[in-house]
Design a protein around this ligand. Structure first.
Ligand code: ZN
Ligand code: ZN
Length: 560
């Protein structure tokens, strides 16, 4: 390990994932302020909601580090969840650094890069579990943890100014069913060497006790599934391969063949098989094939547990799935939790299934059919006890999670706690940890395949139109500004009733537009801009009177 010069600093800079759950994008920098080298840890996405109509995928804004792209030594991925790797295919062209990942994560990422046509360009270096990656002043050791996906890694990042334990997502699962248990020895060894800072998962900081084990889920699911008649569907996260494996084993015990329904289910199964998991299970049925089996001999493992509208389960609930149908006497097990924000779509989905006569089994009425992948308070306490960091840096949480995590670490006698927001540059050493700078951070929206700023014009207009409707006004003028035809008015997304029918409303709006045009003075009548502004203003004002709202008004002037 080289020694540090007096000018050297070690900094931690989250550009995503701090003050939110999702979109993890963390940077570590080493060197003097004018010559830092960087590593990126994780590059994930978050998802849109009803406030972002038409936008499903949201990325962290990489502008700050893009300007220092040639100083990025590597992008290290902790595990294959979307909130940790989902943005790589979008943002790699701006960063262009080599990517390091363990085999399962590398497999999942390669599929994404292939779709983005980047597979030949991006360099993925596969790091075996438990191996080390040397990147300039950063010596990184992968530490095997347990979570809700194969191959979750914590990173021990050793630098000349001290070591950081970057946990990534984790829990302590004594029996994860697939993959190794938490490498407690490696964490304790690091603790013995001395840990400067621990950058740690805060998702379940409000939950007492422990998250529980995948082995317990198997014990619960097995008798439950064996006892069910009719068709059985199980919804879970495709990336939870241990769960997929448990459900498949329960299905086999019940004399049912498993049919994977949904693209991400089949993709994750392929990724799992590529690293030697799920080898001894009977082959999965194709959707089409499953139709020839009697109901009690099939189990459908479905995507869509969060009520995602285009996922398999939503289509089954709508009765529009081409190969799978559920009805009276059938069962749907939700082996998943409700992610905050998804309550309404999940409830709608469950209501539709219930309406078809499907019996629903959820975590609420059947405790133990799901466990979380994130550490609860007793597990956090264990981790602090093993690693013994000088500084606690909570991440992977909303503001309230991060602050609660700080208080929790304080109670555990961790000397210093600091909870940065995205864009806060935290100096970890030398000296006391402190926020020394604030750099640009934010979000980029994937809108119809185009990357747009989060407050971009297109989405603003769309939102405005969604709430207020649209009115279009068109008029044809001759060279001197005399009306040849129109104004013609159309309204979209605006209600009318028998007392004031649509034709009358449109006539009145057209009159307002015409009068506004008539009021224009000589030279303004020759300027299209002035005409458009005048007509649009008049129509907005009239709309306000008619509907009490201001629709998007689009005016067109044609000259002949
Ligand atoms: Zn995560
Ligand atoms: Zn995760």
């Amino acid at each position: 390990m080289p020694t540090a010069t007096p000018e050297d600093e070690l900094v931690f800079l989250p550009l995503g994932g701090s003050n939110e759950i999702g979109m993890n994008f963390n940077l570590y920098g080493f060197g003097p302020a004018y010559d830092r080298r960087w590593i990126v840890v994780d590059l994930g996405v978050t998802f849109g909601d009803q406030t972002t109509p038409g936008v499903e995928v949201i990325l962290p804004d990489p502008t700050f580090i893009e300007e220092h792209a040639e100083r990025i030594l590597g992008i290290v991925l902790t595990h294959a969840h979307e909130d940790h790797i989902g943005a790589v295919a979008w943002l790699w062209p701006r960063l262009k650094a080599p990517i390091y990942a363990t085999p399962f994560t590398a497999f999942v990422l390669r599929e994404k890069l292939r779709e983005a046509d980047l597979l030949d360009e991006a360099r993925i270096i596969e790091a075996p579990l438990g191996s080390s990656i040397d990147l300039g002043p950063f010596q990184i050791e992968l530490i095997t943890l347990t979570h809700s996906i194969p191959e979750p890694n914590g990173l021990a990042i050793r630098t000349p100014l001290g070591a950081v334990l970057h946990t990534g997502d984790w829990k302590i699962d004594p029996e994860p069913l697939l993959g190794g248990a938490t490498d407690v020895a490696a964490i304790r060894r690091l603790g013995d060497e001395g840990v400067l800072a621990m950058v740690c998962d805060s998702t379940n900081v409000f939950v007492d006790g422990r998250a529980g084990s995948e082995a317990e889920v198997l014990e619960t699911l097995m008798p439950l599934i064996v006892g069910l008649k009719g068709r059985v569907a199980v919804a879970c996260f495709a990336s939870n391969v241990a769960r997929m494996d448990s459900v498949a084993r329960a299905a086999e015990a019940a004399g049912r063949r498993v049919c994977l329904v949904g693209r991400s289910m089949r993709r994750m199964a392929a990724a799992a098989k590529s690293v030697g998991l799920m080898q001894d299970l009977k082959p999965f049925l194709e959707e089409q094939e499953s139709k020839s089996f009697p109901p009690q001999q099939v189990l459908y493992l479905c995507t869509g547990s969060q009520g995602e509208p285009r996922a398999a389960l939503a289509r089954i609930a709508d009765g529009t799935h081409p190969h799978v149908a559920l009805g009276q006497g059938d069962h749907c097990i939700f082996s998943s939790r409700v992610i905050p924000g998804n309550e309404i779509p999940i409830r709608n989905l469950q209501n539709k299934l219930a309406d078809r006569g499907v019996r629903l089994l959820t975590e609420r009425d059947h405790p133990g059919i799901h466990v979380s992948g994130h550490p609860c308070r007793d597990e956090l306490a264990d981790m602090y006890h093993w690693a013994r960091p000088q500084i606690a840096v909570p991440t992977h949480g909303e503001r309230r999670h991060l602050l609660e995590h700080c208080a929790f670490a304080r109670d555990l006698q961790i000397p210093q706690q600091i909870a940065p927001r995205n864009g806060d540059m935290v100096r970890l050493a030398p000296g006391r940890a402190d926020i020394i700078d604030e750099v640009p951070s934010g979000r980029l929206f994937v809108d119809a395949g185009v990357l747009t700023p989060e407050n971009g014009e297109a989405l603003r207009e769309r939102r405005h139109a969604a709430y207020n409707g649209v009115v279009t006004v068109s008029v044809v003028l001759d060279g001197r500004g005399k009306i040849v035809s129109g104004p013609q008015v159309r309204a979209l997304g605006l209600p009318t009733d028998d007392d004031y029918p649509l034709e009358d409303v449109l006539d009145d709006l057209a009159d307002e537009a015409e009068q506004a045009l008539a009021r224009l003075k000589g030279e303004d009548r020759e300027l299209d801009d002035a005409i458009e502004t005048a007509m649009s203003r008049a129509v907005k004002k009239a709309s306000q009177r008619i509907w009490g709202r201001r629709p998007v008004v689009e005016t067109t002037v044609l000259r002949i």
